[in-house]
Ligand binder design. Structure first.
Ligand SMILES: Nc1ncnc2c1ncn2[C@@H]1O[C@H](COP(=O)(O)OP(=O)(O)OP(=O)(O)O)[C@@H](O)[C@H]1O
Ligand SMILES: [Mg+2]
Length: 237
């Protein structure tokens, strides 16, 4: 299935539907979103290889943890089992991490005409803490809008990968088995939590102008569908 553009503006698919937002840079900012194990990192690795082969100025940033400070925040959010965080506290920490990455990594690169590719972003808070954690998603949006510049909340392209819950769980646990890692604090939450996260993905894409890509196909096919959105005007001819 081809990437489905939701709430986009006609003729503006490659730049993304949020192009009316003022952007203080000449580069291009895209990000990949979706549940744990859906295939985000796999897609991002293909984008990195493509950028290298075509000499494109791409950097990738992950959330949480796009900076050394951010990695400390990541540890509190995902690994420190001595701290129980409410969904509200999680939103605050994710937002702090995001602002640090934006100020110190993403914006400087974008202003040098670079491409920034994000592994998750604000929409993950709407899905996980909003739908999953059952806090009012309008509050999650309001907090983000208070802390972040609009252009960072709503990037040039938002790519949302989705697969069935059965396949997502299969991928997640086979990946954890392969790396020997334990499920993190959020990954190990109840099936009902993750079902709420999965259920809201289409709504988020529709509301914020993202594209939905069915990632049940091969990694190469997912990459082909995502390519125009990953690179926008930088896409090699
Ligand atoms: N299109 C695909 N088809 C089959 N397997 C895939 C596909 N994409 C990814 N996988 C496999 O699924 C597992 C999870 O992929 P990946 O690590 O890319 O997901 P992720 O979304 O980054 O997960 P996380 O949210 O935990 O970071 C890996 O073992 C990967 O090889
Ligand atoms: Mg990943």
């Amino acid at each position: 299935m081809a990437g489905e553009v939701l709430a986009g503006r006609e003729g503006d698919e490659k730049r993304g539907p949020r192009s009316t937002i003022e952007r203080p840079y000449s580069g291009y900012y895209a990000r990949v979103n979706g549940g744990d194990g859906v295939g985000k990192t796999t897609l991002i690795k293909r984008a990195e290889a493509y950028a290298q082969a075509h000499d494109l100025p791409l950097i990738t940033v992950r959330e949480p943890g796009g900076t050394p400070t951010g990695n400390s925040i990541r540890d509190i959010l995902l690994h420190d089992r001595s701290v129980h965080l409410s969904p509200e506290a999680e939103v605050a920490l994710f937002s702090a991490d995001r602002r640090i990455t934006c100020d110190t990594v993403s914006l400087p690169w974008l202003q040098q005409n670079g491409i920034v590719l994000g592994d998750r972003g604000f929409e993950a808070n709407v899905a996980y803490q909003g739908a999953g954690g059952e806090i009012d998603i309008e509050k999650v949006i309001a907090v983000s809008e208070a802390i972040m510049p609009r252009w960072y909340i709503y990037p040039d392209a938002m790519i949302n990968l989705y697969i069935s819950e059965e396949e997502r769980i299969r991928r997640l646990y086979s990946s954890l088995a392969a790396t020997g890692e334990k499920a993190d604090k959020i990954e190990q939450r109840a099936a009902e939590y993750h079902a709420r996260v999965a259920k809201i993905q289409h709504y988020i894409a529709e509301r914020f102008g993202g594209i939905m890509i069915n990632a049940e196909c091969s990694p190469d096919e997912v990459f082909e569908q995502a390519k125009p959105y990953l690179f926008g005007p930088f896409l090699a001819a």
